[in-house]
Write a protein that binds this ligand. Structure first.
Ligand SMILES: Cc1cc2nc3c(=O)[nH]c(=O)nc-3n(C[C@H](O)[C@H](O)[C@H](O)COP(=O)(O)OP(=O)(O)OC[C@H]3O[C@@H](n4cnc5c(N)ncnc54)[C@H](O)[C@@H]3O)c2cc1C
Length: 403
């Protein structure tokens, strides 16, 4: 029996899902609100867990010459310039996880996914289609669009991001949780002498991150700080002037890098608490629509890619019964993505410690053995990585998945 799927949202999650479905012989239509398929922002870190997904989806050729494989991930004190911790991404890392750690331009990843979708002959990409509401009956699911049109298929996947209208309609109308941190992203040409590494400089309530992208020709730069002016999201909150003030005590290199950034747009950081119930009959949530998270573990898009693969497999396993496929997809994905969502918050706090907490952190990291450095990332990056039982947040209701 042939299945047709509608996907709401043509970001990395939506397009990867289209490809994962098409690889299983499923026909897909992707509806994207924007006039063109494209990605805002610049760099993306892709951990080995997501690189394996990209390999399985057959998009690595499309990234050749564009994805950069950095030599290491390093944590440095933003004030003194002292290196606190370094995780090498060499042979041992790649062997352990069966894939490298990669960094790339978001737009280049999306292009590679779109090219692969086109190659299947099963994916139709429709820009300029904003979904306002969805509906379903026992046989089909329908997307109603702002231009007055409606499209119907066997099932619908909501990959419409952090502010998903479909999530609001079906599961949770609450707005995302706004953190007090603001992010400025300023990619630019890569200056001479920049190491091929993911460099994170941390201080009390601030961080600066950089890594090369676009075949190593560009440098992705991100500066973030905890704003102490007004309410998150308001005009006086997280301004460029506060950015300069907050970074005034940073080492000269970071101060200069931040001063050189083109800071046209600020990004208030948002996430949500894990909430089960993505699968609702013939409609399911995926990616940021299902489990938006902060960026501190660099896993939001990686988790969306894992979702995509799991969803394609689930649909192929129960042909003709997308509702059952969506239930088993959620059961497979919810515990892991919930743990990542929660751990991400902790990692944010850990990076932004000041005073005695920062001293303890640095002391702990400096004494990790070579093996222990990896032990903390095994469950996240390893193909057979099992979730440590204590990693699952207490409030995550696994029972809800069984009903
Ligand atoms: C500063 C920062 C750094 C990050 N760094 C990393 C990183 O290094 N690694 C990583 O893995 N993740 C990272 N992330 C997270 C990552 O960006 C997201 O998790 C990921 O982009 C989510 O993809 P998505 O497809 O689910 O949603 P989105 O990328 O938000 O895509 C949703 C799409 O749906 C469309 N849409 C929305 N509403 C509608 C509608 N009503 N109708 C039709 N279309 C609609 C939108 O236009 C958009 O194209 C970072 C996030 C931030 C903020």
């Amino acid at each position: 029996m042939s299945t047709e799927i509608l996907i709401a949202g043509g970001g990395i999650g939506g397009v990867a899902t289209a490809l994962a479905c098409a690889r299983r012989g499923i026909t897909v239509t992707v509806l994207e609100r924007a006039a063109e398929f494209g990605e805002v922002g610049a760099g993306l870190q892709i951990g080995p867990n997501a690189w394996r997904v990209l390999r399985e989806l057959g998009v690595l050729d499309g990234l050749a010459g564009r994805a950069v494989l950095p030599s290491r991930w390093a944590l440095t004190d933003i004030t003194t310039g002292e290196e606190i911790f370094s995780l090498p991404f060499g042979e041992a890392f790649e062997e352990r996880y069966g894939a490298p750690y990669a960094v790339m331009h978001r737009g280049e990843l999306l292009t590679a996914l779109i090219t692969a979708c086109r190659g299947t002959g099963l994916v139709t990409l429709v820009p300029g289609k904003e979904i306002t509401e969805v509906g379903q009956d026992g046989e089909s699911a329908t997307a109603h669009c702002a231009d007055g049109t409606s499209l119907t298929a066997d099932a619908l996947v909501a990959a419409d991001g952090l502010r998903s209208v479909i999530r609001a309609q079906l599961l949770d109308a609450e707005p995302p949780l706004l953190s007090s941190y603001v992010v400025y992203r300023g990619p630019g040409p890569r200056p001479e002498g920049i190491e091929d590494a993911v460099m994170l400089y941390v201080g009390d309530g601030i961080h600066y991150m950089q890594y090369p992208i676009s075949g190593g020709t560009m440098l992705n730069r991100v500066a973030s700080f905890k704003s102490t002016r007004g309410e998150p999201g308001t005009d006086e909150w997280g301004t460029p002037q506060e950015l300069t003030e907050k970074f005034a005590g940073a080492m000269a290199y970071v101060r200069q890098a931040v001063a050189e950034m083109d800071i046209g747009k600020r990004w208030p950081l948002c996430d949500r608490k894990p909430l089960a119930g993505w699968a609702q009959g013939r409609i399911t949530l995926l990616g940021d629509a299902a489990h938006p998270m902060n960026q501190y573990l660099a896993q939001g898009a990686c988790q969306a890619l894992e979702d995509a693969l799991a969803l394609g497999a689930a649909l192929a396993e129960t042909p003709g019964d997308p509702a059952a496929a969506f239930k088993s997809y959620e059961a497979a994905r919810f515990p892991r993505s919930s743990a990542v969502q929660e751990l991400t918050r902790f990692v944010g706090d850990f990076c932004h410690f000041g005073g005695a907490a920062a001293l303890l952190r640095d002391h702990f990291l400096a004494r990790l053995s070579a093996e222990d450095r990896y032990a903390y990332t095994d469950w996240l990056y390893r193909a057979d990585g099992t979730l440590p039982s204590r990693a699952l947040p207490a409030h995550v209701d696994l029972y809800a998945l069984r009903s």
